[in-house]
Design a protein around this ligand. Structure first.
Ligand code: GLT
Ligand code: MN
Ligand code: MN
Length: 388
């Protein structure tokens, strides 16, 4: 039995908006009294988190005066110093205020687009002041209900221009900061642009500074789109673009549920943790989720502790899976290679192509062979259920 105590090296983080979620939804009011950022930092320290992330307005209200801002930031810094929590990531709220009802960087009104840039520059300054090195962009309002309202080509150009402008801003200010773009297919807009991590990866390559920009995939958002999250994250890792990750859980086909990590689909959570751990992912493990609306603050702590505990249990299960003799024998069998085909792989050459053309294959035998994946999957299930 391993120790499942969260430690700084696990890089577990929560947004102020996650443990600070007061349970409002479209059908009901808040069920928990709001806590101040300082109280939330203390709560996160109590449950053993390493870091805290925030939107500009989670910390500083949108209508705060400069003096109020300075006082709030001072108190927040004192809470960080007192608890030892760090701020690895920050972001801008470009979705709550009515000014952003038609989007921020893609709004049709140029005044809204300019205001969004100004608000983001200020929020980047705030993030940099508190030590954030990852800056997340989640464009919840960047989309449409009707495509009569916005030209999608124009929206792509506006998004690109905004990212290019803000990359230059960070370079100009000499901040040590990278951007991570977070996709979501819908909600709150009817349809959101760049709706999946794959769309984001393609979009990034069209920017002026693609090296500065990666992705922040979220479990719930890819599952809303009916996709295999593990595959999307693997693609981001392969591209060197997994700058950050939002861990939570979600039943397929639902609204954005933002449940505790592992609360719905333990098997896919396992393969996600396995992917991250096997490939040396070293950035924040950010839980972008919140407690059920049924909970008080004791339940919120149970929720936060549960996210980290499940991650650490699945990390242990990964080590167990990788060391399991029967599982590994099957994996070796599946991947058996006598080297006889190696001459055809790798870089193309005309010689290789003509040699390959003369090779004969026993197609029927290839198709007839059973692969043993049923056994492998059941061994995985046994292992996850704790009977191995
Ligand atoms: C909002 C959204 C999240 C994003 C946050 C960052 S805001 O809570 O649902 O998925 O990561 O802007
Ligand atoms: Mn998120
Ligand atoms: Mn979400």
């Amino acid at each position: 039995m391993t120790d499942y105590t969260p430690k700084p090296e696990h890089k577990f983080t929560f947004g102020l908006w996650t443990v600070g979620n007061i349970g409002r939804d479209p059908f009901g009011s808040e069920v928990r009294p709001a806590k101040t950022p300082v109280e939330l930092v203390r709560l996160l320290a109590e449950v053993g988190a390493w870091g805290v992330n925030f939107h500009d307005n989670d910390l500083v209200p949108i209508d705060a005066t400069p003096a109020e801002r300075d006082r709030i930031v001072k108190d927040f810094k004192a809470a960080l110093a007192e608890t030892g929590l760090v701020v690895p990531m920050a972001t801008t709220n470009l979705f709550f205020d009515p000014a952003f009802k038609d989007g921020a960087f893609t709004a049709n009104d140029p005044k809204v687009r300019a205001y969004a840039l100004q608000k983001t520059m200020n929020a980047i300054d705030l993030g940099a002041e508190l030590g954030a090195r990852i800056y997340v962009f989640w464009g919840g309002r960047e989309g449409t209900e009707t495509d009569a309202s916005k030209d999608p080509m124009e929206s792509i150009k506006r998004s690109r221009e905004a990212m290019n402008f803000l990359c230059e801003y960070v370079l100009d200010k000499k901040y040590d900061m990278k951007f991570a773009l977070e996709a979501k297919p819908n909600e709150p807009r009817g349809d959101i642009y760049n709706s999946t991590t794959g769309h984001m990866l393609a979009f990034i390559e069209t920017l002026d500074h693609p090296d500065m920009v990666g992705v922040n995939p979220e479990v719930a958002h890819e599952h809303m789109a009916g996709l295999n999250f593990v595959h999307g994250v693997a693609q981001a890792l392969d591209a060197g673009k997994l700058f950050h990750i939002d861990l939570n859980d979600q039943a397929f086909g639902r609204y954005d549920q933002d449940f505790r990590f592992g609360a719905v689909n333990l098997k896919s959570a396992f393969f996600l943790v396995k992917l991250l751990e096997d490939n040396g992912y070293d950035s924040s493990r950010h839980f972008d989720a919140h407690a059920y609306r049924t909970e008080d603050y004791e339940g919120v702590k149970d929720f936060a502790r549960g996210c980290m505990r499940t991650y650490l249990i699945l990390k242990e299960k990964t080590a167990q899976w990788n060391a399991d003799k029967e599982i590994q024998a099957l994996v070796a069998e599946i991947n058996a290679d006598d080297g006889s085909m190696s001459k055809y792989f790798g870089k193309y050459s005309a010689q290789k192509a003509s040699a390959l053309r003369t090779q004969t294959f026993d197609r029927l035998a290839l198709g007839a062979r059973g692969l043993g994946y049923e056994r492998l999957d059941q061994l995985t299930v046994d292992l996850l259920l704790g009977v191995r």
